[in-house]
Design a protein around this ligand. Structure first.
Ligand code: ADP
Ligand code: VHF
Length: 374
């Protein structure tokens, strides 16, 4: 079976669209092109696929709105342009999806947000909640408080981090070249398109090292790094030309366009390995016999009702050990509640969480995706 079938089977996708592609030669957003991608994405959503969009273009749109013709050197001016342009960016996405009766949501993130476990979980809950109600999240870097992306032009990494965050099956990076070539096609007329490789393939580094285009700044190297990051949670990446006719629809049908970069192992295996390597546990949940049986069977979440007692000091998102009443470890996982909160809701049914805490961070103590049986 061709690896392209992975695209036909994907249920959750991140689509990253770069500055070079989104902006009309630096004249502001290419609304016509954006409208065509929206039509294709709306079709995906209609067929039950969840999509998160990572959209660059705020700086270019801001420059256009402010009448600036050359990209400023000063970081604070770039940040100002990004803040102005972000308005146009989300307005355009919103207006285009509205034609299909779909809602969008603006999500501004930083890399730091995603390396802090608590913020990571909060971000994940918000994205999941949006996807659950059929809304399309439109993600960009929060350029007001960080400057890495506008300096290095690397929303590719953000795309991969979002793919990790929502456990996407795949990351599609739309760019201004039809895919990754064995050398920079702008400089070498004889460059050949790479159609499929393992993301980890070391030969790719030399191919992608050719620098970036005029508007985008990350080039292929950041796309390759993004593919490797996405592969860590088992997601494939496609680097493909956003101007190819019906590009998203054709990829979805399994057509061989662009460059497919594959993970070494599948999504579940990658996640379990990541969890298993997360050795340090911060606390302990003692389960009743019913919960021990449910957890041992695998594939089920641990609910607060099955927790008899809680020990240790831990925060939401940290790793805890789950033990039976004799103290034998049965599983470990990332807990949805701080230790104090976990103590308060232990033994309670999930519909009591709101009454006890005044809020709910998930009806599970540990979600099944975050639980490994030992
Ligand atoms: N091996 C390669 N294959 C394709 N493009 C390459 C390669 N090496 C460098 N590039 C350059 O990378 C550019 C795309 O990156 P970038 O400008 O950052 O786009 P985006 O804004 O879509 O992220 C291309 O226009 C091309 O000049
Ligand atoms: N966040 C900024 C910069 C991001 C950026 O340029 O990234 P890329 O699409 O990888 O070239 C923007 O939206 O313009």
């Amino acid at each position: 079976m061709s690896e392209r079938s992975q695209l036909r089977q994907a249920r959750r996708l991140v689509i990253k669209i770069g500055s070079a592609l989104l902006t009309n030669d630096g004249k502001g957003l290419d609304v016509a092109a954006l409208g065509l991608w929206v039509d294709q994405i709306a079709e995906l959503i209609d067929s039950g696929i969840e999509v998160v969009i990572v959209s660059s273009g705020s700086v270019a749109e801001g420059m256009s709105r402010l009448g600036w013709t050359t990209r400023p050197q000063q970081l604070h001016e770039l940040q100002a342009a990004a803040a102005v342009g972000q308005m146009g960016l989300v307005q355009t996405w919103e207006a285009q999806f509205k034609r299909h009766g779909l809602h969008t949501a603006q999500i501004l993130l930083t890399h730091d947000d995603l390396s802090d476990r608590k913020r990571y979980l909060n971000g994940r809950s918000t994205l999941r909640a949006l996807l659950d109600v059929g809304v399309i999240p439109i993600v960009n870097e929060n350029d007001t408080v960080v400057t890495d992306e506008i300096r290095f032009g690397d929303n590719d990494t953000l795309g991969a981090l979002v793919a990790n965050l929502i456990e996407a099956d795949g990351l599609i990076i739309l760019t201004d070249q039809v895919g990754l070539f064995d050398k920079d096609p702008r400089k070498h007329a004889d460059a050949c398109l790479v159609t499929e490789r393992k993301a980890a393939d070391a030969e790719l580094d030399a191919m992608a090292g050719g620098g970036a285009g005029a508007l985008g700044r990350g080039g292929m190297l950041t796309k390759l790094r993004a593919a490797r990051l996405a592969a860590r949670s088992g997601a494939f990446t496609v680097i493909v030309g956003g101007r190819i006719e019906a590009v998203i629809t054709r990829l979805r049908q399994g057509e061989v366009i662009g460059t497919l970069l594959l993970p070494e192992q599948g999504r579940l295996a990658a996640r379990k390995q990541w969890l298993a390597s997360h050795l340090q546990t911060r606390g302990r949940l003692t389960l009743d016999d019913g919960a021990v049986n449910v957890v041992r069977l695998g594939g089920r979440s641990l609910l607060p009702v099955g927790v008899k007692s809680v020990s240790g000091k831990f925060r939401r998102g940290e790793m805890v050990s789950c033990v039976d009443q004799a103290g034998k470890e049965v599983a470990r996982g990332l807990v949805n509640y701080d230790a104090e909160e976990a103590r308060a809701i232990a033994g309670q049914s999930s519909d009591r969480i709101a009454g006890v805490l005044g809020y709910v961070c998930g009806e599970e103590m540990i979600h099944r995706d975050n639980l490994v049986v030992v």
